[in-house]
Design a protein around this ligand. Structure first.
Ligand SMILES: Nc1ncnc2c1ncn2[C@@H]1O[C@H](COP(=O)(O)OP(=O)(O)OP(=O)(O)O)[C@@H](O)[C@H]1O
Ligand SMILES: [Mg+2]
Length: 277
């Protein structure tokens, strides 16, 4: 089925709550979830010409869950995030947010876009805008929210990111880690239901990486729903509720964070061994 060709489910399944169980079968009280996942992806495919990048990816993300996606370079992780955040589209498969089927209709895409935030590897800030304007521009211009409310939220986010003294600076006056924290604040300012990170620390040196990971750990503690593509395996093992390993366009293994210490498949074992070298 093409993306957008299916019947809109629209209806919210009953909001009965359940709890995630970890690998040992223990209920995790930290991640309560409703029956309708925030994100539902089924059999997603994407090719660039002859290059079949995604060959049938399916997974759900529930409210408050932290899902880390790992896999070799060129394996399609960024492509997956770009399609999930509607910067691109799947060739086929079904994508739903909160039970709403994503179609090619502009109104639907606009509605869904408000639910998702994306933090890129290379920050993608507007270079000529101040930090404050980078954070407030989209909530004001795109979401057309109340100015006082947007400004108050931006101030709170700057404080949370340790950047209160940088509101008037432009991105080139900031370190990479500071720029990435602005980029996280910008994504959060849109008040998304789910936030996607595409290797948020891979352009940073170890010290700045630690700052950004600390912010992400704090978000995890607040139960922000997150999908994080990362090479930071230690971070994934520590923070993720679930780890998804993508290999050759498919999910080759997924499970609780313990799969990093105890991978079951030969492919994940090989991938992790290479990272240790
Ligand atoms: N816009 C595009 N046009 C053509 N091919 C593309 C495009 N974007 C990605 N690709 C190809 O799709 C494949 C997957 O790329 P992608 O960037 O998704 O991998 P990745 O897993 O994010 O890799 P990395 O870990 O290096 O960031 C690669 O072969 C890449 O060349
Ligand atoms: Mg990538």
């Amino acid at each position: 089925m093409s993306e957008g060709m299916g019947a809109a489910t629209g209806a919210n399944i009953s909001a009965a709550t359940s709890a995630i169980t970890d690998a040992k079968g223990n209920a995790s009280s930290s991640v309560a979830m409703t029956a309708t996942p925030i994100l539902h992806l089924a059999d997603a495919h994407k090719a660039f010409g002859e290059n079949e990048v995604l060959k049938g990816i399916s997974f759900d993300v529930h409210k408050g869950e932290i899902v880390c996606v790992i896999g070799a370079s060129g394996g399609g992780k960024s492509t997956l995030l770009r399609c999930l955040t509607l910067l691109d589209h799947f060739d086929r498969g079904e994508l739903e947010y909160d039970g709403i089927l994503v179609t090619k209709k502009k109104a639907v895409r606009r509605q869904v876009r408000d639910k998702v935030g994306l933090v890129f590897q290379d920050f993608n800030l507007f270079p000529h805008f101040s930090v404050l304007r980078n954070i407030t521009d989209a909530p004001l211009k795109v979401q057309k929210r109340d100015k006082a409310e947007v400004m108050a939220r931006a101030e709170q986010l700057l404080d949370q990111m340790g950047l209160s003294d940088k509101a008037k600076a432009v991105p080139c006056e900031l370190s990479g880690g500071q720029q990435q924290r602005v980029s996280i604040a910008r994504a959060l300012a849109l008040d998304p239901e789910i936030i996607f990170f595409d290797e948020p620390t891979s352009a940073l040196d170890p010290e700045l990486t630690a700052d950004v990971l600390k912010i992400m750990r704090d978000l995890a503690d607040e139960h922000m729903t997150m999908v994080v593509v990362t090479h930071e395996i230690k971070f994934a093992a520590e923070v993720a509720d679930r780890v998804i390993f993508i290999d050759k366009g498919l999910i080759a293994e997924q499970g609780g964070p313990q799969i990093i210490a105890h991978p079951q498949s030969a492919r994940l074992q090989t991938f992790l061994r290479k990272l240790e070298v």
